[in-house]
Design a protein around this ligand. Structure first.
Ligand SMILES: NC(=O)c1ccc[n+]([C@@H]2O[C@H](COP(=O)([O-])OP(=O)(O)OC[C@H]3O[C@@H](n4cnc5c(N)ncnc54)[C@H](O)[C@@H]3O)[C@@H](O)[C@H]2O)c1
Ligand SMILES: [Zn+2]
Length: 376
């Protein structure tokens, strides 16, 4: 884990048979995108899907890289935010791809955060029954999580990500310099998912993060290293369990509590996804300690790091307050099916050692949460 830090791009392979692809990570890689497209899909046209913020910061560089390599481009720019992961956003993107005469053999490029990756990936899976696409993730969350693994989706009135497909990209190009324009709060929220990989399966990486997180935030080789380790961790899990029948569920560490907190805040700016995951992981560690699976000191160590980087870890850290324990339990039950009063949770035996436990009594969760809600 203390491998030498370099400035060369790092490549992580996602091994999925004939759907295998590379994740390339490095500073300034956007400049090489055109040449990579020309090499992988000679003669292809590309439709670039992005949002208004990312278009302002990074679309010119992407367009000129493609122009320099002779790749004809078109663009579709959707409004910023989760609202674009909707039927309306999907229609806009699909119609624009078709209008640009993108055919099989051409490419869709998802340039943006997780919203764009999910939306453009799903549109690529559907237009002409499937057009190849590349992910050019520009948020930290997208670079370490949403761009890897092929889950694409839009939201339904009934809930998030309910309409989608497993559809793998042909390349993920993570330009770590793109993160320089990302608001600090978004970066920090994405960092929760980076810490998650250490907490769920890699104690040495977690120790490295404790020592080096400031450099990850600053940029430079530590940032690339953290992103590469995160992608490698996710790629390994996805390669074992592409469709989340088993192991992939480990990636949900902190997400059962986290989703309930996110829903309680109305999926608003009040609590970003990564912030909810940080608070959710703190609860998962606290709950594991309560069940006697992990020592209180070890749980405290995990929580302390999340605290230190400025992520919320306690209900009182969440601005605007939280609803009652009854409401939170309802939200948990909506997210996860309750079978005979039992819930499935990702719990921990140590930092770096998470496991899936399906026999968790809802009453134990309720008792734990009501205590946490009253803590000051
Ligand atoms: N497919 C998956 O496996 C998976 C996994 C996790 C999350 N997700 C999805 O990802 C989405 C969240 O992703 P997100 O946090 O990246 O949200 P996002 O795409 O909305 O990006 C966050 C904000 O940062 C801005 N932004 C992005 N890159 C920027 C840059 N380089 N410079 C300046 N601003 C920039 C965006 O415009 C937006 O305002 C959710 O919809 C979630 O469901 C999917
Ligand atoms: Zn997440």
């Amino acid at each position: 884990m203390t491998a030498p830090l370099r400035n060369d791009p790092a490549t992580v392979k996602v091994a999925l048979g004939d759907r295998s692809y590379d994740i390339v990570i490095g500073r300034g890689l956007i400049g090489s995108l055109g040449a990579r497209i020309a090499a992988l899909r000679p003669g292809a046209k590309a439709a670039i899907v992005t949002d208004e913020n990312v278009a302002r910061c990074h679309l010119p560089a992407v367009e000129s890289a493609l122009a320099a390599a002779g790749v004809p481009t078109s663009r579709v720019i959707v409004p910023v935010g989760e609202g674009s992961k909707s039927f309306g956003g999907f229609e806009q993107v699909c119609e624009a791809i078709i209008a640009a005469r993108i055919e099989r053999g051409d490419l869709v490029i998802a340039l943006g955060g997780g919203v764009i990756g999910d939306l453009a990936g799903f549109a690529a899976s559907a237009v002409r029954r499937g057009i190849d696409y590349m992910q050019v993730p520009t948020s930290l969350l997208a670079q370490v999580d949403s761009s890897v693994g092929g889950k694409t989706a839009i939201n339904s009135a009934h809930g998030k990500n309910l309409i989608g497909a497993f559809y793998q990209p042909i390349l993920v190009l993570a330009d770590t310099a793109a993160l320089d324009t990302l608001p600090q709060r978004e970066f920090r929220a994405g960092y929760a998912e980076v810490a998650k990989y250490g907490l769920l399966g890699d104690a040495a990486f977690f120790s490295w993060l404790e020592a080096n997180w400031r450099d990850v935030f600053k940029g430079g080789p530590a940032r690339e290293h953290a992103i590469a380790v995160s992608c490698r961790a996710k790629a390994a899990i996805v390669a074992r369990d592409e469709r989340e029948i088993g192991d992939r569920a480990l990636l949900n560490l902190g997400h059962t509590f986290g989703h309930a907190l996110e829903a309680a805040c109305g999926f608003s700016e009040r609590l970003l996804h990564g912030e909810a995951v940080a608070a959710g992981m703190a609860l998962a560690f606290g709950f594991s300690a309560r069940l006697g699976l992990i020592s209180a000191a070890e749980a405290e160590r995990a929580i302390r790091h999340l605290d230190q980087v400025g992520l919320p870890t306690r209900p009182k850290d969440i601005p605007g307050g939280l609803p009652s324990v009854d409401r939170l339990m309802d939200l948990i039950a909506q997210d996860k099916k309750v079978k005979r009063g039992m819930l499935t949770f990702v719990l921990v035996r140590a930092i770096g050692s998470a496991f899936v436990e399906s026999g968790i009594d809802t009453q134990d969760v309720r008792a734990f949460l009501s205590e946490k809600l009253t803590e000051q």
